[in-house]
Design a protein around this ligand. Sequence first.
Ligand SMILES: *Cc1c(COP(=O)(O)O)cnc(C)c1O
Length: 268
Amino acid sequence: MAGATGVLRGRLDPRPLPTVSVAVLAAVWACNLLPKVFSVSESLRSVRARIAAAGRRGSQREMLQRVRLIAVSKFIPSDLVKEAHDAGQVDFGENYVQELLEKSATLPQTIRWHFIGRLQSNKVKKLLDVPNLVSIETVDSAALAERIAAAATHREQVLDLSIQVDTSNEATKGGVSPDAALPLAEHVAALSPHVRLAGLMTIGAPGDLSAFERLHQLRHRIAQQLQVVEEELQLSMGMSGDFEEAIKRGATSVRVGTSIFGTRPPKE
Ligand SMILES: *Cc1c(COP(=O)(O)O)cnc(C)c1O
């Protein structure tokens, strides 16, 4: 009798079976699809499209030549960095000397590394051992710039240095005051043939879009004073939360982490 009831129920009420199948299908779908939705190459594609749209002139390729995308990979495992590099990303940013040393030792030399973290003078020599380090964006004192220039004499490539400016008056984030940026830029520009004044960088307080405008105006003053073409000085500003706003205000370089790699794992 029990078997007959089961058959009968199965016939009269066909829902239990399909429900199970739907759940199985949904699980299979999720397993196949989620990694694709959150894949690094997909996020990169989306960030590039957003950069192009924020510029609103020229093709995506032209925009990406005008605005450099630095993929910020702090705390991100090397295999994901490799995935982004395989997807065509060349510029990467790191914040910690030790982490960069470890990653650069195993990752392809075709990566262009940008140092974007606080730099202590006693770590400069180690940092400059990374052969494919192309820039340091966080120069905030003449003494640090001199250390870097001295350590750079053995390198083949000229190292790009940017002055980090504290545009939101937030001492915690580092950087020199806008008033101190001009003399420091003059100093860096005249320092050594092994380093080059590349431009200005700022982090800015979240939501403070006027920080981007202040950095832009500061570049104008510095270019006039140094008698260089303003557009030849980089403006590195804008992160995941505000890179489009930064581009609209003249950024030539944006540093994007979370929008490419997802939320960072906490540092151990
Ligand atoms: C971590 C970091 C970024 C990237 O921030 P996201 O919000 O993850 O895009 C950019 N610039 C600096 C200096 C950083 O330390």
